[in-house]
Structure formats: structure tokens, C-alpha cells
Design a protein around this ligand. Structure first.
Ligand SMILES: [Zn+2]
Length: 121
């Protein structure tokens, strides 16, 4: 089944052999609300078969960590250069902290997903 991206001005579609990843909108109410707000379409009521492509995530894929910049998609045709830069910086910080936590302070903690969340509080 073909998937097409729901983001404004995005023409990405899934096709055989395509590297592009697609994600369903989250089911969890709060996260779903954040995603819908981020996608920012007028009078838009996404159904269950609504997809967004990886291009709208700074790292190219979604994250389930609320502190990760890709917890919510952030790159769209209407996103300003400043906001894009901010998103990339956010990801760099996140990766740096995750790396430090994993390799210096709490070895192995990244895999369990526990400790990274505390650093941005
Ligand atoms: Zn897209």
C-alpha cells in the first residue's frame, strides 16, 4: 500500500525500495496533539491512515523520548531558517548529552532509555 506524506508542500511517497521512512501519527492523545499542532494544517482532521515522512525530523526519524527534538516533527516548508538551526542545535546537544551519559557517567543506561531523560530538566 502506498503512503504519502501529510505535511504541507511535501510530495514524498513511499515506493518500492525507497529509503524514506514513514510514520503514522501517534495514538497517545498528548503526543498526537503535539504532532497535529506541528503539522499545522487548517481544518485538518487526520484519520488512522495518516502518515508523515522522515524528512520532517531533524535526525530523519522519530523518537519516543520526550526530550529528543524528534519527539515531534519540526521541519516543514513553513519552518524558518532560525527554527531549523535551533532544531539542529537541539539535536546536537541531545546527542552530546546522550553520548556522555552513555559513555562516561552511566554506562549502558542509554540502551535502557532511563537516564537520558533527566538531563534537560
Ligand atoms: Zn513529508
Amino acid at each position: 500500500m502506498g503512503k504519502s506524506c501529510c505535511a504541507i508542500d511535501c510530495t514524498n511517497r513511499s515506493s518500492e525500495g525507497s529509503e524514506q521512512s514513514f510514520y503514522r501519527l501517534p495514538k497517545a492523545a498528548e503526543k498526537r496533539r503535539l504532532w497535529i499542532a506541528a503539522i499545522w494544517r487548517d481544518s485538518w482532521y487526520p484519520g488512522t491512515e495518516t502518515w508523515i515522512c522522515g524528512s520532517h525530523f531533524v535526525s530523519g526519524k522519530k523518537s519516543d523520548d520526550p526530550l529528543h527534538p524528534d519527539y515531534v516533527p519540526s521541519l516543514f516548508s513553513f519552518t524558518s531558517t532560525a527554527d531549523r538551526t535551533r532544531a539542529v542545535n537541539h539535536l546536537e546537544r541531545y546527542v552530546l548529552y546522550a553520548f556522555r551519559l552513555c559513555h562516561v557517567y552511566l554506562p549502558g543506561s542509554l540502551a535502557s532509555g532511563g537516564a537520558v531523560s533527566n538531563i534537560f530538566v
